[in-house]
Design a protein around this ligand. Sequence first.
Ligand code: ZN
Length: 321
Amino acid sequence: MSDDNLSVSRRKRVNFIKGLLITVVIIMIITPTIVSIVAISGLKKLDSRITELDDKISKLELTYMLKAQADEALDELIGEKETHIIEQIEPAADEKTETIQTETVNENIKKVYLTFDDGPSSTTGRILDILDEHGIKATFFVTGYQAEKHPEWYKDIVDRGHTIGMHSYSHIYKDIYSSPESFFVDLDKLHDYIEKTTGVDTHYVRFPGGTSNNVSKVSVKDLCDMVHERGWEYYDWNISCKDATSPAPNADQIVSFTLTGIEQHSNCIVLMHDASDKQSTIEALPRIIEAVQAQKDTQFCSINDETEPVQHLLTGYDDED
Ligand code: ZN
């Protein structure tokens, strides 16, 4: 091989290597560029897709928010409607319950009204203490015996939560039962005294001797009608503790008479007396109260406008006051 041939061959090889190097360099430059371009393009597409998704998410969020607000508004509306419906239903339900309870009370509870005639007296305070000790209220049909000397005894009855009613100012049968006029002159005097002294405009009456008394010279029925014409009400009794009979019973007998009577009635109006000579009544009183309080479905009450009256003219009565 000549030198020229050798030189041509070497040049060819050098050129080939150069070409190869240039190609490699070009590939090394172009490839990342293409890759970058493709990547950038891809990123752009991705970015655009992300923006699109963001939009969708925002729209969805807005939709959810609107839906939540709508739900809330709907809940409020339903709540108001429910409250309104409940308000409409509840009073009716309460009324029904009340009716049922009232009926239950009327059917099952025995009411015992202790009533004290002829006071107040020096023993009124002791009676009031016993009633207080046992947490019960009673009714006092008072006279005017102590009106001048002891107005505080009348006031005490009212202040300690008991019912005060009219018995008679003078309690003198021959005077008060001589004519309707004298009957009401006496009763008005007592009524006005009670109102002035205690502040109570009482409309409860107990006839002296009861409406079954045989003493009156005038028709007791007429007197009863006149009492009603005034808007007043009168109450006799269906149980007597017999503390005004002669010979006077002892405490045991008073307890026995009273409890036997209470056993026999569902609406018990018990006649007792508030007088300084009725110490057996005072002795019997706590025993009567405790025995009744031990009975199921029995309660003590003071006379009020709901009290069912006992009236001898209608029911008849043999015992004496
Ligand atoms: Zn009397």
